[in-house]
Design a protein around this ligand. Sequence first.
Ligand code: ATP
Ligand code: MN
Length: 479
Amino acid sequence: MRRTKISDILKTGEVGEEYLVKGWVRTRRGSRQVNFIALNDGSVIHNLQIVADVEKFGEDLLRRATTGASLAITGKLSPSQGSGQKVEMLAEKLEVLGDCDPNAYPLQPKKHSLEFLREKAHLRFRTSTFSAIARVRHAMIFAVHNFFTSKGFVNIHTPIITASDAEGAGEMFQVTTMDLNQLPKKEDGGIDFSKDFFGKATNLTVSGQLEGELAAMGLADIYTFGPTFRAENSNTTRHLAEFWMIEPEMAFYDLNDNMDLAEEFLKYLIRYALDHCQDDLDFLSKRLLEEEKNKKAEERSMELLEKLRFVVENEFVRLTYTEAIQILKDSKPNKKKQFKYPIEGYGADLQSEHERFLVEKHFKKPVVLTDYPKEIKAFYMKLNEDHKTVRAMDVLFPQIGEIIGGSQREENYDKLLARMEEMDIPAEEMWWYLDTRRFGAVPHSGFGLGFERLMLFVTGMGNIRDVIPFPRTPKSAEF
Ligand code: ATP
Ligand code: MN
């Protein structure tokens, strides 16, 4: 008999029919006569209740069906007498595929802390929380490709190893095959990277944007969706050293077109989750309520599904950085010195506490901030007429702060070159990027969505380490 997934059994299984299921035991309980085994195979948040007759299978066999053990069971589907499920399976055949020593197995049929499970990341896929997150993550990956495909965008794989620093922030992991104990030196004592694998210094990419722009200058609408690496030593709940980023880049788009696309994109993704991940989101919503039940009312977040619907149904507020600074400067927490970084005026780099104040307290809606001072943004952003600000846009979300960063790009060759010189970006090495401004340059725009920031929002999880299967953070690269 062929194996049927539990998700299919619960959806379309017919009472009285016989099925074969395989999965892992979540719990087993029972009496002398009958055992109830909750079996999960990862296809859906719900378990299938297996009813096993003790006399039929013998206590020795059933005793091996401990939490974590894997089983294959053939049986008839029957209406369930118990509460909590509509159907259950009356076992006819039961085979233990893999035993699981209950004294050694770290996952018990009780609530484990997220911190504990992070140390058991090799096993946490077997918990309800992490299997739900993994399924939602998959649905979001699919939705990203769906959205752009429906709009005629072309997916471009940009390089993971690069010689350029797209952000000019210098937070990069070097890539080398040189022997670190015997580095070849130049006459001036510096390291001779011409002896390295690529003949120059290389690193893991911090963004696919620069190469994405090259593709957009021929294909018009492209997007990347790839791993991104930042050696920033910020141990926050929103930063990973290795994360996934989606970066669309569009020829002929100005900043307004860019904002429209970003808003439509985020709403599409969240609606997709609401439409396709109901069971998992219900579970995650309950998890969040449980986690926050001891918090004071004003510290609790909005109920998960309500929060997701709220974003889908409301227009994002759009305002300039300068307007935002004014609001923040006059705000209560600023006057009462409650911000860790007080806002004195124009020029301040906004911290997550400021972003969240604007979104959660002031506007109570997602916010798009535009036209930041050029000093705090990347070299490639288009300079405004005031020569002070650039056409940048950050999308700010409740709970997260910045979820998207983007801009209209500087397409004027001379202005771009001047910005690169001002900011010490080596123009000779970026000749290929500058070339696009020499040969048929057009206005264009793009943005980057941090995929795990989206996942934080959609799942209501509080720590970015819990929405990627194998987090990479400072001093942590186990598994
Ligand atoms: P932040 O100020 O939060 O560090 P950033 O300004 O460095 O963000 P960008 O360079 O604009 O971010 O990158 C685009 C997007 O990538 C961000 O909006 C965010 O969603 C995501 N992102 C940036 N850094 C990280 C990180 N270390 N881990 C996870 N996601 C990140
Ligand atoms: Mn950053």
